[in-house]
Design a protein around this ligand. Structure first.
Ligand code: SF4
Ligand code: SF4
Length: 467
């Protein structure tokens, strides 16, 4: 595939570029998977200059392919196609539409869309540009398109607009202003899920783009290129750039840096990892596990960089010598908590819940006054990836009836993949419990979102039944 150099010139830095490739590949994979499975209607919302149909003609064959985009963009695209691939114009239905101003309901009238047949709707890089009311209008329209709609879309996280986050929307716009992009809709994971559920969708997969990069390449997104507090990169190191673009980039980095330097000191939370140099054997496992490049392996002994550390504790979960630990969630602290619970109430079930999803799901169940078994005791952890094999097995030493580990949904770990490591560790621990004669059925791993109060109740009931 030839990459249009203009793509770089428009200022996509290398991380943005890598992630955009993953996003496109993912959406196209879904399209091919669904059309192979029998979908005969595809709607590309905000198709832009994408040429999916042209590239995948052999698969798409007789699929009804409808591309919707702003009339000006579409006019230009058609002009290019007339010269380069006129045959495509016969196959694809083009609908010019301003999502903000035009009437969506009449857009597809007379365009051969059969509402009794399933429709796949793909909206790549569109939703974030819509103002809130248009966003809802578009979601409702998609939901009502046919009896069975499969919808694939991406959006931007509200995290970018939170005042404490490193990247505010104001700075985002300043930094990417030269791309003339005007983002409007930012949502948290939870808000987005609620919105989709309200419009009648059932969420099949909800993931972070960094997970896709890992899925496709087996590699993690280079931590030093992610937005890491205290680390700034600018200019051509991020990709080919002109001198004015490099200057803009450097000015943006300097502006961000000034917010760190103006106070002379930087305050970081206490919940960061630290390494005991006497115990560390420099195996590098913590460095391989850390998604934020927070371990400085050039130092002897190795050191954790507090400004880069996100406090997930995944490193502590893998260290073979317990040399690295997470302040406020130290191994002895977790153990004391579990021991205290079991000394007071032997035979209860310990639920290790990640602070992001599992703990909130339990909270939702409580707020909704859902009825769940009284013998569940919750131990909060920053991420399920914090849990080591030792910590999973330890409650059984103190007489626990069972252990449940609750992490975020498969692709939604707030620290990228802590839940995957935790699940793998729980599976190993189950085998160990079987070998020990304790019984692997007394340990389970559960994935749920922060809104899944009902799933927490089901999981708790299941544990009580099987332990
Ligand atoms: S995993 Fe533990 S022993 Fe290995 S390098 Fe990290 S701190 Fe040291
Ligand atoms: S706590 Fe998480 S972010 Fe910090 S060093 Fe360990 S793995 Fe990296």
């Amino acid at each position: 595939m030839k990459i249009n150099p203009g793509f770089w010139k428009k200022g996509l830095n290398s991380v943005g570029f890598l992630l955009a490739i993953c996003r496109h590949r993912f959406m196209e994979d879904i399209m091919l998977e669904n059309t192979k499975a029998g979908f005969k209607q595809v709607v590309l919302l905000g198709a832009g200059y994408d040429t999916s149909y042209r590239r995948n003609q052999s698969f798409l064959g007789e699929v009804r392919f409808i591309e919707i985009d702003h009339p000006n963009t579409q006019k230009r695209k058609i002009k290019i196609l007339v010269k380069k691939s006129p045959e495509i114009l016969e196959k694809v239905v083009y609908v010019g539409l301003d999502l903000e101003k035009d009437d969506l309901d009449s857009a597809l009238v007379g365009r051969d869309l059969v509402d009794s047949e399933p429709v796949l709707v793909i909206a790549e890089g569109v939703l974030s540009y819509l103002p809130g009311d248009t966003f809802d209008k578009v979601l409702q329209w998609v939901a009502d398109l046919a009896d069975h709609v499969c919808f694939v879309a991406d959006y931007r996280l509200q995290q970018m607009t939170d005042k404490d986050a490193p990247l505010t929307v104001k700075r985002w716009r300043k930094e990417f202003g030269f791309m003339h992009e005007n983002y409007n809709s930012f949502f948290s994971y939870e808000t987005m899920e609620k919105k989709l559920i309200n419009f009648g969708f059932r969420i099949k997969r909800h993931l972070h783009l960094a997970n896709l990069w890992k899925e496709y390449t087996g590699d993690r997104v280079p931590g030093h290129l992610m937005h890491t507090a205290g680390v700034f990169i600018a200019g051509t190191i991020t990709g080919p750039k002109s001198i004015p673009e490099s200057i803009t980039d450097a000015a943006a980095a300097a502006a961000r840096l000034s917010t760190f330097l103006k106070d002379k000191t930087m305050t970081v939370n206490l919940d960061k990892a630290y390494i005991n140099g006497d115990l560390c054997i420099q195996c590098g496992l913590c460095d391989d596990t850390c998604n934020y490049d927070a371990i400085d392996t050039t130092k002897d002994p190795f050191e954790v960089l507090p400004v880069s550390c996100h406090g997930c504790g995944m490193c502590a979960g893998v260290c073979p010598t317990n040399a690295i630990d997470l302040r406020q969630y130290l191994d002895p602290q977790v153990e004391s908590q579990v021991r205290g619970i079991l000394e007071a109430e032997p035979n209860v079930i310990i639920a290790y819940c990640c602070a992001q999803c599992g703990y909130n799901a339990a909270d939702v169940a409580g707020t909704a006054r859902s009825d769940y078994p009284e013998d569940i005791r919750i131990v909060r952890l920053p991420c399920s990836g914090r849990i080591s094999l030792d910590s999973i097995l330890m409650p059984f030493n103190y007489g626990a009836r069972g252990v449940m580990v609750v992490g975020c949904l498969e692709d939604q770990c707030h620290y990228i993949d802590g839940n995957i490591s935790a699940k793998e560790r729980a599976l190993k621990a189950k085998k160990a419990l079987d070998l020990l004669g304790v019984g692997g059925h007394r340990l389970e791993f559960f994935n749920m979102s922060s809104a899944d109060g009902h799933k927490f109740v089901e999981a708790a009931k299941r544990m009580v039944k099987q332990c």
